[in-house]
Design a protein around this ligand. Structure first.
Ligand code: ATP
Ligand code: MG
Length: 440
């Protein structure tokens, strides 16, 4: 029993008092039985939505047509869903109709994998008609029922299979795996946003490298509705080919890539993991942007991750410590932002095989940090003068020259060629080449 389940117990009791059957179901049962922290507690019941609403003082009708009522209890919310079956799956996704039913068995039968099809009653007994506990123990991910039928009904389950296998250290059972291979082309019917959510959970989960292996070996990344970056598909293909040949020696670059992917799980944050994956795969800036656009991640996420990817590409050209490297590093911080630079340093520190340094990796990173800390300014805002100061001394109307001049002053300050002091900067601006002031 976890605290989260104990706290939700009064909901089961309330439904039972009104003469209904009610159980914990799905992810919360699976996570409890595998000793994990619960994200949310879902409840299934024989009560119909109106009956659920009648049984509680505080409810929100979240998805009545699918039988879901949100119950608010001691500041937590719980999804309470009427036992149901699904029918008439359309376009390989989402049932167009659901029927409420009275039996828990029928409800569990519509669920995707045995580990997700267990229920727990108020007295703590587990109802597990498909052997989910046995599969958890023996490390198997299995569809409930006929895998061919289940994956064709809802092709998102093809990706979910990889997510749960990697998140719970499970092997995909042979019949389920064969169905994955047979039906992977149906992924073309699944919204990219849904695939993006599943990939995000894989990257944030227990074993992203295992997810990568399953994704690569199945070939399913080729079958999405919108194309993923070619570099990603090529890497997956090479991995697949190597697996077939068994023992075919990888090139040094390939081994480094594999080692980096293996190491990704050492990182805590999901954003760091995504950034490390982009760096490990050798994405160009545009490919990272493409990936996150296709997966419908927010622009804020995408631009940060893209910036880290770009920094990595920049620094790969600078394996040794010299003046060129200092200038490149300073320039990349100005262009991509300090927070992306800090994130990149953190990744390379955690995954040394990503490091561009030819020798002495820790010395290399220490020097980059020192250069970064020595920068007197890294944004226009930190500069000791403002655009209005420049307008005043040049007596010219504002125009593109202004941003350009500020940028050059910032670069000079960042490189330590000018002090970050108002007088010195005004003087430098006054001396600047007249080209800055030519109007188009
Ligand atoms: P998590 O919340 O950790 O992502 P979860 O198991 O709770 O995992 P949800 O997507 O929240 O996953 O779904 C809750 C439950 O609903 C699942 O455990 C499963 O029983 C069922 N379910 C969800 N999606 C599907 C699907 N596509 N096909 C069949 N059953 C599903
Ligand atoms: Mg859930």
């Amino acid at each position: 029993w976890s605290d989260a389940l104990t706290k939700a117990l009064p909901l089961l009791h309330a439904l039972e008092r009104s003469g209904h059957e009610a159980v914990f179901v799905g992810g919360c049962v699976r996570d409890t039985l595998s000793g994990r922290a619960l994200k949310d507690v879902d409840i299934a019941t024989s009560a119909e939505p109106e009956e659920v609403i009648a049984a509680f003082p505080n409810t929100i009708p979240t998805g009545l047509q699918h039988g879901t009522v949100t119950v608010v209890h001691e500041k937590e919310t719980y999804e309470v869903t009427t036992f149901r079956t699904e029918s008439a799956y359309e376009k390989f996704r989402r049932p167009s109709q659901v029927q409420f039913v009275k039996s828990l068995d029928e409800d569990l039968l519509r669920r995707d994998f045995t580990i997700n099809s267990m229920a727990m009653r108020a007295d703590g007994t587990v109802y597990d008609p498909f052997g989910g506990q046995r599969d958890l123990r023996s490390g198997l991910l299995r569809c409930v029922g006929d895998p061919d039928a289940r994956l064709q009904e809802d092709a998102l389950r093809i990706v979910r299979a990889v997510r749960f296998a990697s998140g719970f250290h499970l092997r995909i059972a042979l019949r389920t795996w064969r169905a994955v291979l047979r039906h992977r082309h149906l992924l073309a019917h699944i919204a990219m946003e849904r695939i993006g959510l599943e990939l995000d959970k894989m990257v944030g989960g227990r074993d992203p490298a295992r997810a990568a292996a399953y994704l690569a070996v199945s070939g399913m990344l080729h079958d999405t509705k919108e194309g993923l970056p070619q570099t990603l598909l090529d890497a997956a293909e090479r991995y697949r080919a190597r697996r077939k040949l068994r023992g075919d020696a990888a090139s040094a670059a390939e081994s480094r890539m594999l080692a980096a992917i293996q190491a990704v799980q050492a990182l805590d944050g999901i954003e760091d993991r995504w950034a490390a994956i982009c760096c490990a795969l050798g994405f160009k800036e545009g490919q990272a942007a493409q990936l996150f656009a296709v997966l419908r991640y927010s622009t804020a996420r995408s631009s940060q991750l893209t910036a880290v990817t770009a920094i990595h590409q920049d620094m790969l050209e600078c394996p040794s410590l010299n003046e060129d490297t200092r200038r490149k590093w300073t320039g990349t911080i100005l262009g991509r932002g300090k927070s992306a630079a800090i994130q990149w340093l953190r990744l390379v520190e955690a995954i040394p095989v990503l490091s561009p340094a030819d020798l002495d990796q820790s010395g290399y990173l220490a020097q980059l940090k020192e250069w970064k800390q020595g920068m007197q300014a890294s944004t226009n805002k930190e500069l000791a003068i403002k655009g209005t100061d420049l307008l005043a001394i040049r007596k010219e109307p504002s125009g593109p020259w202004l941003g350009k001049l500020l940028g050059e002053l910032l670069q000079a300050v960042a490189l330590g060629e000018l002090p970050n002091e108002k007088q010195a900067l005004l003087q430098a601006a006054a001396d600047a080449a007249p080209s800055h002031f030519q109007r188009p």
